[in-house]
Ligand binder design. Sequence first.
Ligand code: XMP
Length: 213
Amino acid sequence: MRESRLILALDVYDREKALEIAERTADYLWAIKVNWPLITGSGLKIITELKQVTGLPIIADLKLADIPNTNRMIASKVFEAGADYIIVHGFVGRDSVEAVMGLGKTIIVVEMSHPGAKEFIQPVVDKLIELANELKPFGVIAPATRPERVSYIRSKLQEGIKILTPGVGAQGGKAKNAVKAGADYVIVGRFIYGSDTPREAARGLYEEISEVV
Ligand code: XMP
């Protein structure tokens, strides 16, 4: 089986439900992304449990956007809990991002997938790409809802920095279009965990992506 490029955004509150969906879908995933809904609902220890149950990398999507000291304090606890990657905002500045990068693998938000991203983030995308090229994080976040923006970001981003794209399914983006535009990984939440058959939903996306890589 080809290595997966699919990341499950596990945005549920409940620990048992999260573990069950994770176990059912793990065969088709590269990683699991946890966000505030799951962390506030089940506590940080869910990161450790998800790793134990699935053996997959865990991405903590905290979208950290604070001063360096606070970013560092939060990130150190989250890496300690077993997170392999943390997502941070770049717009707060180089020092805040570097505070997290000093502790572990980091992913910088370059452009968001929702309509409101056009208001404040899109106008500064070039500067955020520049920051990523200088700091060389593991990856950046770009919007699967706008494949032309993924292509643009790919064209400006240094080789080796991965592009992870949320926005597939519930937000209207298509996995294969994001990958064709240059995404390395596709992040999907509601389309999988909201399905009556999450394993089948994950398998379908895995196969769709496999057709174009
Ligand atoms: P859905 O249910 O829409 O979930 O498939 C998407 C997941 O990804 C997160 N998300 C983003 N994270 N930049 C990010 O860093 C974005 O532009 C973005 N858009 C969605 C979202 O919070 C959810 O966990």
